[in-house]
Design a binder for this molecule. Structure first.
Ligand code: ATP
Length: 300
């Protein structure tokens, strides 16, 4: 369990974090989401005990990053933009070297295990400088996991990856979380990539938390209207149908505005009494739409 309470951090005269508060449940995957410069990396560095806040408290599994930075770094793994890999050394030698630093027991076995998990075994003897971006990212993840941490901090782990690379990393993180119950905090400004893997989200802007919660909680709090797109043979002769605003977008598609998901089934039943339905999609239910709604309300 991680608790962050009213954290303030300045760099010179610039206020980077202004009262950050959030919690992370043990064993969950949490997305720390916000635009460039909103303070995500700074928050991770504070949690790692690398830098100190001017105000506020933090706790990670009963430890305080202010005084117990070493213990926290031992129980956690971190992947940052730079990754800290040695480009003149092979992938295998990098992992063996960091195993020594972290005091990993049975290092050769662990390194081979991770090289295989991350599809790098065939490339283990090649210099990291010759690796593709995706391979470097995977090696950085392997490095962060050498000492079997209980907590993983990932700062933009998919930057520079192609869609296959992103899917592979996300798949591996989900598996890791399920099999090892690792708590994972992922910072990103690309919301779409995190849609399927996070258990909860912390939406940030300008060093503060705008909203936090599970997808379900955020939907409940911020999605007041459901925009339901229905491919149907229904003839519309006004701007409403069955009491709900309805707008034709093309010959066979209509968008209905509903107050909640509960109205979907009754509406579809009503349409089916008259004609066919081929498909339905909720247009505004993406994480991105929720995020924009959170920001819109905050700026009102
Ligand atoms: N060591 C530092 N010294 C001075 N300013 C800093 C330092 N670290 C971060 N900043 C400033 O703090 C602000 C927040 O930076 P931070 O890297 O935490 O944001 P971020 O949300 O991670 O952004 P990004 O998505 O671009 O990585 C930025 O304006 C940055 O320039």
């Amino acid at each position: 369990m991680i608790t962050v309470n009213n954290i303030h951090k300045h760099f010179g005269s610039q206020a980077v974090l202004s009262g950050m508060s959030f919690t992370v449940k043990k064993g969950s995957i949490v997305g720390l989401l916000g635009p460039n410069g909103s303070g995500k990396t700074t928050m991770i560095r504070l949690l790692n005990g690398v830098i100190q806040p001017e105000q506020g408290t933090m706790e990670i599994n009963g430890f305080n990053p202010l005084n117990d930075g070493n213990v926290i770094r031992q129980m956690s793994g971190i992947v940052t933009e730079g990754a800290g890999l040695y480009h003149e050394m092979s992938g295998e030698d990098n992992l063996l070297f960091f195993s020594q630093i972290y005091g990993v027991r049975k290092a050769v076995k662990r390194v081979n295990e991770l090289l295989k998990d991350f599809d790098l075994y065939a490339h283990r003897k090649k210099k990291v400088g010759t690796y593709s971006t995706g391979m470097k990212k995977r090696l950085a993840l392997a490095k962060a996991l050498l000492h079997k941490p209980k907590l993983l901090f990932l700062d933009e782990p998919t930057n520079g990856l192609d869609p296959d690379g992103i899917r592979d990393v996300m798949k591996y993180l989900t598996k890791l979380n399920k099999t090892e119950q690792i708590t994972i905090i992922i910072c990103s400004h690309v919301l779409r990539q995190l849609e399927d893997i996070c258990h909860s989200y912390v939406f940030m802007e300008k060093g503060t938390v705008l909203a936090q919660g599970t997808r379900q909680q955020l939907e409940k709090d911020f999605l007041t209207d459901i925009l339901l797109r229905v491919e149907t043979g229904l003839k519309l002769d006004s701007t409403a149908y069955f009491g709900y605003p309805a707008e034709r977008v093309n010959e066979t598609a209509i968008i209905f505005t509903l107050p909640s998901k509960n109205e979907i089934s009754p509406l579809l039943n009503e349409i089916l009494k008259e004609t066919w339905i081929h498909s339905t999609t909720i247009e505004n239910i993406s994480l991105e739409s929720i995020y924009f709604e959170v920001r819109r309300r905050n700026n009102e």
